[in-house]
Design a protein around this ligand. Structure first.
Ligand code: SAM
Length: 476
């Protein structure tokens, strides 16, 4: 039997809240499929209490001890269904007579889980429908199972994703891309705009970028206090193509690697590594001994900066949130001379011009790292962008005030959205005491990184998150 059809025999634990069920129905409760039940519980956590799937799923997998094959299937089901929510809802809306918002939330999650298996995984209709109906009976009750059965049979009859996208008759190309690549339309437009960078975007490239953003990311490691070749050998991974510290693992549990457990290595996207390294590559006149990571939590880039700084460089890592600063302290265990402080970068507590190099890895919408958090694309809205862009401008002012004349600020976001990237940096670069240091010449080995004077990494070009980076020098 293949993974999707296999029954794991994992039983739903007795739920005290179900004490008033008739004994008969308890006796007849079907054996539930462990992978599908776990995937459903993730969907339920996300929709009922705003859980993060990437935190909840590993917890459930640990608690339930599913066999590796079932754990992999549960992951595929949970993440795939969450990513595809927009398209699944568009399909379901054509088949359910009420607005989807009026459906019982649990029933909607079950319909999405079943529809995802039919449309995207092409699980045979009898397996996808029967298992979802069994879950519905156990979780919601027999009444709802009739609706789920009827709707899912119609989903199955409509064919695969391509057939459904055609049937939904998208009004234009961005509407089609939204349905075929699992992104809300406003994010399709933001990526198109960022890829075009003032020109006209190549449709095929926009689609390739969005599809890459919809795929599960590879695990990347960073070698901090271990030789990269040694880390590659220990982990079974391959050296990354861009960062001299990167090892690409493909898939697998990094927690099994001794160097990760000891803190000599860590999990870090290769694009994040390049963004931190950009700060170190910018040429500098005069002293180069005081570095600041102004928005450091949870400490990924600070960890790399601490590892690669030349002897004598003093690194300060700041974050406004005390609990994030605490995470930085843990991430920096082993680099005890790094100073970790709680500080608001929009009102820096240190004297003006205190630092030679400042990294500003600004809070952002995260539109470039959607691959890691499957539900986030449906939680974010276009209205989130303007307040974040305002904060980013204030933080960049704070960073420029913190760097000495002749010093360098690296502005970084894990979003390619133009309002959070080019617009923020262009506004700062218009000041008469700021000059832009073009990024591409410093990264000759990374083709396709150029975004005008700035740098932009892309999942479809570089196999990284869509990280933006810019380098600014304070001239006086
Ligand atoms: C994108 S995350 C930084 C990620 C980090 N550089 C890393 O590589 O692990 C942005 C951080 O900025 C912090 N932050 C938000 N507003 C801030 C402010 N006004 N001053 C300082 N830090 C702030 C957030 O708490 C968050 O930890």
């Amino acid at each position: 039997m293949t993974g999707p059809e296999r029954r794991a025999g994992h039983k739903r634990r007795n739920d005290p809240g179900r004490g008033n069920q008739r004994p008969q129905s308890r006796r007849h409760r079907p054996t539930l499929d462990g992978a599908r039940l776990t995937a459903y519980d993730v969907l339920d956590g996300v929709s009922s209490r705003d859980a993060y799937a990437n935190l909840l799923l590993p917890q459930l997998l640990r608690e339930r001890q599913l066999e590796p094959r079932d754990a992999a299937f549960a992951t595929q089901l949970a993440y795939g269904t969450l990513r595809a929510t927009g398209t699944l809802d568009a399909v379901l809306a054509t088949l359910v007579s009420r607005p989807l918002a009026e459906l019982d939330r649990k029933v909607l999650d079950l319909l999405r889980l079943g529809a995802y298996q039919l449309i995207d995984l092409r699980v045979p209709a009898h397996a996808a429908v029967d298992t979802t109906v069994a879950l519905t009976r156990a979780i919601v009750g027999t009444g709802a199972s009739g609706l789920v059965n009827a709707v899912l049979r119609k989903v199955a009859a409509g064919g695969d994703r391509a057939a459904w996208v055609a049937a939904l008759q998208p009004a234009d190309d961005d509407a089609r891309l939204a349905l075929s690549t699992d992104h809300p339309r406003w994010i399709v437009e933001a990526w198109r705009d960022a890829l075009a960078d003032g020109a006209s975007a190549d449709d095929a490239e926009v689609e390739a970028a969005l599809l890459a953003d919809d795929a599960a990311p590879e695990v990347h490691l960073v070698a901090r206090r271990i030789d990269r070749a040694e880390l590659a050998a220990e982990s079974g991974g391959e050296p990354g193509p861009w960062s001299l510290y990167a090892v690409r693992l493909g898939s697998g549990d990094p927690g099994r690697i001794a160097a990760v457990r000891s803190g000599a290595a860590a999990v870090q996207d290769e694009g994040s590594q390049l963004a931190a390294l950009a700060l170190t590559r910018a040429p500098l006149d005069g002293p180069d001994v005081r570095w600041l990571d102004m928005c450091a939590g949870p400490g990924g880039k600070a960890g790399l900066l601490a590892a690669v700084r030349p002897a004598g460089v003093h690194l300060t890592a700041a974050d406004r949130a005390p609990h994030r600063a605490e995470l930085v302290r843990s991430a920096l265990a082993g680099a005890d001379d790094v100073e970790v402080v709680v500080a608001d970068g929009t009102a820096p507590p240190w004297p003006e011009g205190s630092f030679d190099r400042v990294l500003l890895d600004a809070p952002c919408t995260g539109l470039g790292a959607l691959r890691r958090r499957p539900e986030v694309r449906w939680r974010r809205t276009a209205d989130d962008v303007a307040p974040l862009a305002e904060l980013q401008r204030q933080l960049l002012d704070g960073a420029l005030a913190s760097v000495r004349p002749g010093g360098v600020v690296a502005y970084v976001t894990c979003s390619p959205h133009t309002a959070e990237t080019v617009d923020v940096v262009d506004a700062a670069a218009a000041r008469d005491d700021v000059e832009v240091l073009p990024v591409a010449p410093l990264f000759g080995e990374v083709p396709g990184i150029e975004r005008g004077r700035y740098g932009q990494l892309w999942p479809h070009r570089h196999g990284t998150d869509a990280m933006f980076l810019a380098l600014l020098r304070r001239t006086r």
